[in-house]
Design a protein around this ligand. Sequence first.
Ligand code: BGC
Length: 757
Amino acid sequence: MKYKYYIVVALISVVIKGNAQSTTDDVRKILKAMSLEEKAKLVVGTGMKSTGQSNGAVGATMGKVNGAAGTTAPLERFNIPPIIMADGPAGVRIDESRGDNSKTYYCTAFPVGTLLASSWDRSLVKNVGEAIGAEAKAYGVDIILAPGVNIQRNPLGGRNFEYYSEDPYLSGLMGASMVNGIQSQGVGTSVKHFAANNQETNRTNSNSIVNERALREIYLKTFEILLQHSTPWTIMTSYNKINGVYTSENAELLHDILKGEWSYKGIVLTDWFAGKDVIAQLKAGNDLIMPGGASKTRAIIEAVKRGELDEKVLDDSVSRILSILLKTSSYNNFINNNSPDLIANAAVSRQAAMEGMVLLRNENTLPLQKDSKIALFGNNSFELITGGSGSSEVNKKYVINLNDGLKNAGFSVDNNLTSAYTDFLSEAKKKLPERSNLLETPKQAEQMPIGRSEIENLARINDVAIVTIGRNGGEGHDRKVNFDFNMTDAEKQYLQIISEIFHSLNKKVIVILNIDGVVETASWRSYADAILLAWQPGMEGGNAIASLLSGANTPSGKLPVTFPMSYNDVPSCKTYPTNGDEKQENAIYDEGIYVGYRYYDKYKVNAAYEFGFGLSYTSFKYSKIRLSSKSITDQVEVSIDITNTGNWHGKEVVQLYVSAPKNIKDNALKELKGFAKTRLLAPGEKQTLKFMLKIADLANFDTKSASWIVNPGVYSILAGSSSIGIKDNRSLKVKKASLIKKVSHKLLPQQSFEELK
Ligand code: BGC
């Protein structure tokens, strides 16, 4: 009997490996031959073989890849290997060594998500994805735990740097480009963290209390758009609850919306150790429990035996996992050579960094003269922060800091000042406390003190001051208002003194922001003649900054988030945790749909730098917008000519916003519905950009009827260089109301709360 059984199994393996039948048939056959124990084993990861790091992502041996984040269980009877999963959003996160000295396994550190989104360039983000996918494949990783696409609801969000934007359209399309890039290499993705994961404070207990419309139009919308433009192999649920229920245990979210309404066919997996009840998770449609562990497998077997969990539910999850598994490199015996092209990928990282940096201010300062002598200030000019901390850290071979970058670009940097900083930092770093785990953001040294007379001397012998200001944050903590969102007094004073002294000699001061998230700029920006927002730009950051300062490349990034005048202007400032209160459970989203520019616009609150803002070394003329039709029933084509009217080469990001008819009161004044970046235009050169606007793009969520509706009336189609820099507009008529989609009420808040209207 046993003998016969093994023959059946062996036959199945042969058929499958021979690819003789469709995946669906293969999956069905394996499923049929699987025991309850095997099924329960497959839906639970193998746990953490941690060497002490808090989430085990460092030092764990996962299948054949050291430092991967987790694996599924192998099924020996079927010759089914584990699926190997590794972080993350800014590059492949694995250990750089596998215990022998003969080989290293470094990966490329790419810029953080917010910088990538600042490029507004879908093909660039896809290129980054291709590079990440190729590295993953070469190193034997099957699925990358990225991209992170949650909305940046508040500047203090500890993981904002991993995420793209405050706008769902931009986030969704950037995320889709990343998915398409990674998956083009035959490596899967895990789009995270589904959903309404907007804070780190009390992160495994926090309850996002959000109304239906804000969920639909903002927080779920990102994922919905992403799924319209890509097919991620997996989606990762988040740590938080939505309206009282953990996302991983939330059947309305997973079963009804994601798998039902949106027809998602891939695997839904938990975030690491997320949620509490494994049976509730499976019932809700969370197919894979990560990182897993034997006790969870036992609980599932027991629940099926007791009749608490229908085996059909388990079968659906197993089928989903198998369908993906059969596509993995591990399953298909791909021989990974462990030799990705790190040189080519470093160039991709550098290009991306350059395209996503945003020039915030430029008072006749940049680009710099090639022969400028530079006094380089600020610890982070010498210690570039390449990315945020936590699971998205990358073990990279080297970092090009700004000092290196400027020298590589041929600038002369004041050597004495550089030596002072290097000596100071090497001593100061020795005194910093050891980092105890991955979720502890590495401490930074205090700024090197520098006296007035020294600065005066430096100002005499150099032509320009460059001051880098850094912010280092990460997973597990939200940022603070003081000393993080706001500059410290010491930082402001330092900047003020450098500025006074250099300006007294008619010399310019440039500030480089090497930051993980939005900071206050209004109180100090006048000290600087130019401000370049470099975000956290990955390992080639110094080269990228220098290429923009020198004018070899022109800044072309634009803000994917608003920079408010002060923290008190942020729409969620009253409800968002600011004091690290780990006990605060309820996060009330009382700003509703008015997140980011939707709020600043509507409530006429001035921003320091608005959504979509970014300067260039050249200027652009927007011609009149043209619409293919004056009214819309299905779709219209919008086109506009952009001409470089300045004296410098450059690229322009054009944003297309839509304003609903004036009689619709409770609505954003405008919403982003299209964007495009020109190619590099020489002075005088012109390019026509085209956008396709579909009727569904005009829909809003009507809470009363739980449907997406396009109201009749006259809409305005606006083309702008930023959310307030609107250059031209056209009217577009919707003759009659149109019902885009009727859904049913889901995820309703269990308590009522006052909302902005
Ligand atoms: C993070 C995820 C990450 C996972 C695996 C968790 O702490 O929230 O984003 O993918 O760890 O490292």
